[in-house]
Design a protein around this ligand. Structure first.
Ligand code: GUN
Length: 292
């Protein structure tokens, strides 16, 4: 039997429609337009493409959007000054500094300079702390998107054995924290596996919900998955290019084999990927609503 596909692309489109309606309502009732600034330093092609996509979506949803593109040799102090300027800007509710930053800039120093109430990436320690103790917080966009995919696909997380593969600050650690909260769409029993885990398969085979953010194509094979499990593949690995130069992407899960065992699975592309930008927009909308 083939697993049901959890299509992030469709879920993301549905959430974007909801955001659009709320943007109109916020404008009508309070005269507020959600504002997002994206700051890009340097010319990394992947970062340029991500920032373009964020700007495009932000425009489509009716946000006030600003793009700042700075040269790669921008000094740390100049970048910090820009962040402080947007911290004070009433029209801007969300500030996103695209990572990675050039090596001469201390990434944490810049992220920590962002006003936590405008930290729509959810990377500031204040938001990380709020998330861990279960207070309202901006949640990092990819894990927030994963939780929404589970909820909107009717996957029961309460009491479920969740196994997360990967312990990054952007995906692994936050999704584990989000799903163990005493809250709707959470209440799971969570295990985190990583590169030093002794017997990875022993853990992954226990999972009712397996979330993989290992950054390694095909890291999860069919023999590592429990029959009937829900499998969320966060991996986006470029394994080559088409004749036309288009990127060929593969997840961290051996999709063809695992889909015969799982009850539901996310494809790559079209799974978790489209959710990330959408949740950034939702965080920005929430920031705008909170402000007034
Ligand atoms: N670079 C790759 N992913 C992200 C993200 O989610 N936020 C930011 N700011 N930079 C990134």
């Amino acid at each position: 039997m083939s697993a049901k596909l959890i299509k992030g692309k469709e879920i993301a489109a549905q959430i974007r429609e909801e955001i659009k309606e709320q943007v109109l309502e916020l404008k009508k009732l309070k005269g507020i337009v959600p504002g997002l600034v994206t700051i890009l330093v340097g010319q990394d092609p992947a970062s340029e493409s991500y920032v373009r996509a964020k700007q495009k979506t932000s425009h489509e949803l009716g946000f006030h959007s600003v793009q700042e593109t700075l040269p790669a040799d921008t000094g740390q102090d100049d970048l910090l000054k820009m962040v402080w300027q947007y911290n004070q800007d009433e029209k801007i509710h969300g500030i996103l500094v695209q990572l990675p930053l050039p090596r001469h800039i201390d990434e944490n120093k810049v992220l920590y300079a962002i006003d936590p109430d405008k930290d729509v990436d959810g990377f500031h320690p204040v938001n990380v702390g709020r998330m861990v103790i279960g207070e309202p917080a901006f949640l990092p966009c990819t894990p927030y998107g994963i939780q929404q995919m589970l909820i909107r696909s009717g996957v029961q997380t309460e009491g479920a054995e969740v196994v997360v593969v990967g312990r990054s600050n952007i995906v692994g650690k936050p999704i584990a924290n989000i799903l163990l909260q005493k809250a709707a769409g959470a209440n799971a029993t969570v295990t985190i596996c990583h590169t030093r885990t002794k017997d990875m398969a022993a853990h992954t085979k226990r999972a009712d919900i397996l979330i993989v953010a290992a950054g390694k194509p095909g890291a999860i094979t069919a023999d590592m998955v429990k029959p009937g499990a829900v499998v969320i593949d966060v991996g986006v690995n470029e394994i080559g290019r088409t004749a036309e130069g288009k990127r060929i992407l593969k997840g961290d899960v051996d999709f063809e084999a695992v889909k015969e065992i799982a009850s539901a699975i996310t494809p790559v592309p079209g799974g978790v990927g489209p959710m990330t930008i959408t949740m950034l927009m939702l965080n920005t909308l929430q920031a705008a609503k909170r402000k007034n």
